[in-house]
Design a protein around this ligand. Sequence first.
Ligand SMILES: Nc1nc2c(ncn2[C@@H]2O[C@H](COP(=O)(O)OP(=O)(O)OP(=O)(O)O)[C@@H](O)[C@H]2O)c(=O)[nH]1
Length: 317
Amino acid sequence: MTEQQRVLVIDDEIINLKVISSILRDDVDVILAKSGKQGIRKAIELTPDLILLDVMMPGMDGFEVMMQLRHDVRTCAIPIIFITALSNEIHEEKGLLLGANDYIQKPLHTNIVRARIQLHLKLVKQQRMLERLANIDPLTSLANRRKYQDAISMEWDLAITNQHHISLAIIDIDNFKQYNDCHGHAAGDCVLQQVASVFSKQFNHETYLVARYGGEEFVVLLPRLSKEESLTIVRNCLKAVEQLDLPYHADDKRVGTVTISVGGATCSPSSSHDIDEFFSSADKMLYLAKKEGKNRVYWVSGDDSQNLSGLLEEQKS
Ligand SMILES: Nc1nc2c(ncn2[C@@H]2O[C@H](COP(=O)(O)OP(=O)(O)OP(=O)(O)O)[C@@H](O)[C@H]2O)c(=O)[nH]1
């Protein structure tokens, strides 16, 4: 069943909220807000598919609300339609230049409003489908590298603003070349899918992101998690992959089981930190995990990626 789309209506006049709600409620979930401030809060919390925004409101007017929504990474992509009694061309131009997607003038004509909103909601659906295709790895159905890069940029900025931790794990399947050599590329693809499915279950949380970075390498973004919290989840994942018990054979003899190695890093970034250095410190941990025998986790926390030896902590499963 497809989920109902959500429309947030921000208007200080109760009568307008009622009228717009009655026009839309058969087709969509309608969320109402009586002021700009309340509207911004609901937009952040509920991430609607579309926002209908009144221009003239006491306190914060529609233009101000629009600017705040456009400057917040959590709401900047939500389409906004201004609904207003203002018939002034300058206002209309201002709204469109600020990034409004459309402009509907009062008095409202029910059929026109409904048709216009349906058109915008259809565009939202198409946009989401394109984004999905652009962001999903077709073999594993996990997020792809592009999605990871968008997500880490966003989470990094949020971590700086809110001064919280961010953790990153880089996961690599051990001896995967050998697996391919023993069983063929198609069987190797099947392993990638099964391991990815374990990752989906183990990192099943709305704020985490697990992505296929390339080949047999995966990344997991764990916003707001400390090193200890991240290690608990990652260790469970290591065990879950081992428990899949996917053997590989050479000359009819079992020569190994599919396992993973993980390198991780945790930091509390500031504007002087660099995402690439953060990635590189997790990557160094992965290198150590491989070098020290594989099927294990190495993790670094803190800022000093130059002095890793003092920060290292091996976490054997
Ligand atoms: N089946 C399959 N194999 C892939 C895919 N992408 C990359 N590989 C294989 O993954 C293997 C990676 O090999 P290596 O980089 O040598 O790493 P490894 O054998 O896992 O060795 P360690 O990383 O040291 O444990 C190569 O044989 C690639 O061909 C894919 O989409 N499908």
